[in-house]
Design a protein around this ligand. Structure first.
Ligand SMILES: [Zn+2]
Length: 321
């Protein structure tokens, strides 16, 4: 009996001590938040720990409600085709994970929202994970596409919306719109599984538009069996390093500080090259944390900053190691 018990413990340890390639994709996708995966736990830079794989096989009905972090990778987004999807890649989300990253309440998320231009209008999205920067890049690339295909404009404006703290229709689960990390393009040309008879798949959105979003870390709801073709959400972990479709900063975040543009904006002080940072125009405390790849809360604490919006140009900040 004892022997059997020991064997069982060993088996479960083997079963749960898993930090697989998907866990690595996750850590690479969110470098400002996640530190590592160890003994089946995702370890955050702020010290939080979350179970990666709870070991429970979930039925399709339950997985939506009870997805653990590992379940988010159940279906491969990149393997799915652009037409007649059979799976729901990215639709299973561990809500606790996203709440911890983007904010646990509407007011916490609101605190991180930034206004950015969207084809002559404005939208508000989170600056956590530089989502605002990525969406600006999407707009820039889409404008290039519109030069060749002006007829595509109607799909993009007006948007169906970005941030709203809300549950997904007929569920108790929060939509990614609640975190300010999703955008709906024009509702008029979208197809939604709930409104479609017999869930018959339809799509009008041109695929070149989708590819631009994907290039910048957004997945498309049009690749879901439960389709929502106007919907895009920031989920770089699903676009993975193996696809090669993401800009370098997604794939290997530690290199981003060395990028030309970033390097020129990093202004170390003479005599103290690594331990200090001088605030320049356009900086936000969160943006600085992202640029320097340091923990936002540590940066705030070490500098005794009460209100992160009150940093001034020329101010010298200590940089945590
Ligand atoms: Zn949406």
């Amino acid at each position: 009996m004892k022997k059997f018990f020991g064997f069982f413990v060993l088996l479960s340890a083997l079963a749960f001590a898993r930090c697989d390639q998907h866990a690595q994709d996750l850590i690479h996708a969110y470098p400002n938040h996640l530190k590592t995966c160890r003994n089946n736990q995702i370890i955050w830079k702020d010290g939080a720990k979350m179970v990666y794989d709870d070991g429970k096989p979930e039925s399709e009905g339950k997985i939506l409600k009870h997805a653990d972090i590992e379940d988010m990778f159940t279906h491969s987004y990149t393997a799915e085709r652009y037409s007649h999807p059979r799976f729901d890649p990215g639709r299973y989300r561990n809500e606790r994970f996203f709440r911890h990253m983007y904010g646990n309440s509407a007011s916490e998320v609101r605190h991180h929202l930034r206004t950015i231009p969207w084809f002559g209008r404005q939208v508000r999205v989170t600056h956590v994970n530089n989502v605002d920067g990525h969406l600006r890049a999407v707009e820039r690339d889409l404008k290039q596409l519109l030069k060749r295909h002006p007829e595509y404009r109607k799909y993009l404006v007006p948007t169906g919306g970005t941030f709203t703290w809300r549950k997904i229709a007929s569920t108790h689960r929060l939509s990614v719109h609640s975190f300010g990390a999703a955008i709906d393009i024009h509702v008029k040309y979208s197809a939604y599984w709930r409104w479609s008879k017999g869930m018959k798949y339809q799509n009008q959105i041109p695929i070149p538009i989708v590819k631009i979003f994907e290039k910048h870390g957004f997945i498309w709801g049009g690749k879901w069996r439960h389709f929502d073709t106007m919907h895009f959400e920031y989920r770089p972990e699903l676009l993975g390093s193996r696809v090669g479709s993401l800009p370098r900063e997604h794939r290997n975040p530690s290199h981003s500080v060395r990028d030309k543009k970033t390097a020129s904006r990093k202004t170390p002080l003479p005599g103290n090259p690594s331990g200090a940072y001088r605030v320049i125009a356009g900086d936000t405390l969160y943006g600085i944390a992202q640029k320097l790849d340091v923990n936002f809360h540590k940066l705030q604490k070490i500098n005794g900053i009460v209100d992160p919006s009150k940093i001034r140009i020329g101010q010298t900040l200590k940089v945590p190691r």
